[in-house]
Design a protein around this ligand. Structure first.
Ligand SMILES: Nc1ncnc2c1ncn2[C@@H]1O[C@H](COP(=O)(O)OP(=O)(O)O)[C@@H](O)[C@H]1O
Ligand SMILES: [Mg+2]
Length: 251
């Protein structure tokens, strides 16, 4: 674990968790936008993220009794990915808060979300950007294909849940938000489709048809046990459902 960057002691972390949970921002902490049922903050100096989990509903409380709480699933699933050689946040410290809430501190992983790369960093203006964009999408396809070929489905694979960091001649990807990961052998096509659909949520202005095909071809190359018929069905379904969801876009 890359804990060298974190000099904070466990008691300091627990105190920060208590303060952040009460909506108070300790020194060097800033809020990060997150989904409605979580609260996320970052301490860039310590290179550490705080995430707070709140129970979404009574059903979520009952599910937590059977499958483990969201925070423990995030923690265990991230460890599972790391053990399989797939980058995910390294866990630092976790605990409970009043009101059935839980928190998890993780190491800040490098990079920006795929949504940020495609809409802000590489919006296709110059030739260099176009080349880098192609490289990003092809390497992203290889990465997601490797995740799926290893038997994992992410379950919440929106573009913002994949970080990409540019190394010298390639990208490094990290999977965030791993609460809903599952591992299956054989992998049901419906679960693969769900991941592919979530990744395709970006509008046509950020992701054109050729971009989507570039990703899919690289993904397909990793899925060696997937039959040509199954691959064709997945490609067609992803395309049709994406078109349905983005009716005005020429995907
Ligand atoms: N360990 C981490 N390293 C880098 N960025 C992170 C980390 N944890 C969270 N983030 C950032 O915070 C955002 C929200 O965190 P996330 O776990 O995805 O919460 P949510 O469930 O609300 O989507 C992410 O999209 C990412 O930008
Ligand atoms: Mg997220």
């Amino acid at each position: 674990m890359r804990c060298a960057a974190i000099s904070a002691e466990a008691e300091t972390l627990r105190e920060w968790a208590r303060q952040l949970a009460e909506d108070y921002l300790p020194d060097n902490w800033e809020r990060v936008s997150s989904s409605a049922f979580s609260r996320v903050a970052v301490n860039r100096k310590q290179q550490i993220y705080y995430k707070e989990y709140r129970a979404r509903s009574l059903a979520a409380v009952l599910k937590a009794r059977v499958k483990g709480s969201q925070a423990s699933r995030a923690r265990i699933n991230a460890d599972g990915l790391l053990e399989a050689g797939i980058d995910a946040p390294h866990n630092v410290l976790w605990g409970q808060l009043p009101g059935r809430r839980e928190y998890l501190f993780t190491v800040a992983e490098p990079g920006d979300g795929i949504d940020h790369w495609l809409s802000r960093t590489l919006p296709k203006r110059s030739k260099e950007q176009l080349l880098l964009r192609r490289q990003l999408l092809s390497e992203l396809g290889t990465f997601v294909g490797r995740v799926h070929a290893t038997g994992f489905v992410h379950g919440d694979l929106s573009p913002s849940n994949i970080l990409a960091a540019q190394l010298q001649d390639r990208f490094r990807f990290t999977l965030l938000n791993n609460e809903r990961n599952t591992r299956r052998h054989p992998m049901p096509g419906t679960l693969l489709l769900r991941d592919l659909l979530q990744l395709n949520i970006l509008p046509a202005s950020d992701l054109g048809k050729t971009d989507r095909m570039r990703f899919f071809c690289a993904w397909r190359r990793q899925m060696r046990t997937l039959s040509p018929v199954a691959a064709k069905i997945l490609a067609t379904e992803t395309c049709l459902r994406t078109l349905r969801r983005l009716p005005k876009a020429r995907v």
